[in-house]
Design a protein around this ligand. Structure first.
Ligand SMILES: Nc1ncnc2c1ncn2[C@@H]1O[C@H](COP(=O)(O)OP(=O)(O)O)[C@@H](O)[C@H]1O
Ligand SMILES: [Mg+2]
Length: 362
């Protein structure tokens, strides 16, 4: 472990009572803490993981709705002074990026992590779907990441987010954000602005989830530069598999760009490949799984459980401007989709935690 401090110092720096910090460390909830002979030491970048509540039917609350607890640990990365950043990544439109960003953010926030969700797609689907209030307010460029990218300040600002819930904030997009592509082309030095703004947003958020446009343009590049992890939704069809390898090769190039522009050694990890809109016709599913397993192994990209194609449930979510996990579970398709989403959220968070543990040499 590099750069460690004693637990007493760590707790004092954060204004945490030593006994609370010790309890967290002893229970294994302080990721990056280690007992060396008789002393607890804590690595730089350590954060707290609180397990989900006990009891089968525990409930959570988010955006004014009660829901079945997502059964994820609450990641409290804000304690280390910067959040964990995850971005959706796939140039294919319709692969399920926006759906996944929306629903993961809601589940992660409901589990107790302070979450910031950012729409960077000029098509602004997420902004139209997230809730009535955001949609009705028709946010302008001044509420979007345009503010961040066009700033010449050393620490670029984030725009004022919508507070969907005390645990879940949202930065919208608008069609005019399309102009950002040209802007970032002409001034490539600004590409790390979103990264810098988030890194300096300090202890405000535990996790940031960024939804990318369906292209490999400069906005996507900026999102990947800002990210610690990418999740790659893959449409469960022959079309979905095409281009997957080149997509991941492109990620390696972006990694080099990131290292150059930030002088950061730690690489961007693929938190998971997520099969989406998977038709349940058995023969095709088997073929798809085999192909995905192959890509997954070749590229060290963990493969999550699938999201089955359930058009009625997902259409209901978009037409009611309600993230799917918040729709009433009376409807069978909604219930099944929500349970699959919970499994994917758990998979993604488990992968992130595992990678973070590895980074701490645990
Ligand atoms: N599992 C699913 N089953 C059925 N429809 C889905 C599913 N996931 C997403 N959709 C729908 O597919 C469309 C494209 O998804 P979207 O999340 O917008 O993809 P992207 O952001 O990659 O373009 C949306 O209309 C969405 O409601
Ligand atoms: Mg989208």
């Amino acid at each position: 472990m590099n750069n460690t401090v004693r637990l007493t110092e760590w707790a004092e720096e954060r204004g945490m009572e030593y006994h609370r910090a010790l309890r967290l460390a002893k229970r294994g909830h302080l990721l990056g803490a280690k007992k060396v002979s008789d002393n607890w030491i804590v690595a730089e970048g350590a954060f707290v993981l609180e397990p989900p509540p006990a009891g089968k039917d525990a409930r959570a609350q988010i955006m004014g709705k009660r829901l079945l607890h997502p059964r994820l640990p609450a990641v409290r990365a804000s304690i280390r002074g910067r959040p964990i950043v995850i971005t959706t990544y796939n140039y294919a439109g319709g692969s399920g990026k926006t759906t996944l960003a929306r629903d993961l953010a809601v589940l992660i926030a409901a589990a107790g992590s302070r979450t910031l969700l950012i729409d960077t797609d000029p098509q602004a689907s997420l902004t139209q779907w997230i809730n009535d209030e955001v949609h009705a307010s028709r946010p302008g460029l001044e509420r979007t990441v345009h503010v961040t990218y066009t700033s010449s300040e050393e620490v670029p600002p984030l725009p004022d987010p919508f507070e969907l819930d005390p645990q879940l904030h949202f930065i919208p997009s608008t069609m005019d954000l399309a102009t950002l592509e040209r802007y970032l082309h002409s001034d490539p030095l600004q590409i790390a602005n979103l990264h810098d703004a988030i890194a300096h947003a300090g202890s405000g958020y535990d996790l940031v989830i960024i939804d990318s446009p369906p292209s490999l343009g400069q906005i996507t590049v900026g999102n990947v530069v800002a990210a610690d992890y990418v999740i790659i939704p893959v449409e469960g069809s022959a079309k979905g598999l095409e281009g997957l390898v080149s997509l991941i090769k492109n990620l390696a190039e972006l990694q080099r760009l990131k290292s150059r522009s930030l002088r950061e050694r730690r690489s961007i990890s693929i938190a998971s490949l997520v099969p989406t809109r998977v038709e349940s016709r058995l023969s095709f599913t088997e073929k798809l799984n085999a192909a995905l397993e192959q890509v997954s192994q070749k590229l060290f990209a963990p493969l999550s459980p699938p999201l089955t194609a359930r058009p009625s449930a997902y259409t209901k979510a978009t037409s009611e401007r309600t993230p799917l996990p918040l729709l009433p579970r009376r409807n069978g398709a909604v219930r099944e989709a929500a349970d699959e989403l919970r499994a994917v959220a758990k998979f993604v968070i488990d992968q992130v935690v595992q990678r973070e543990r590895e980074a701490h040499g645990e």
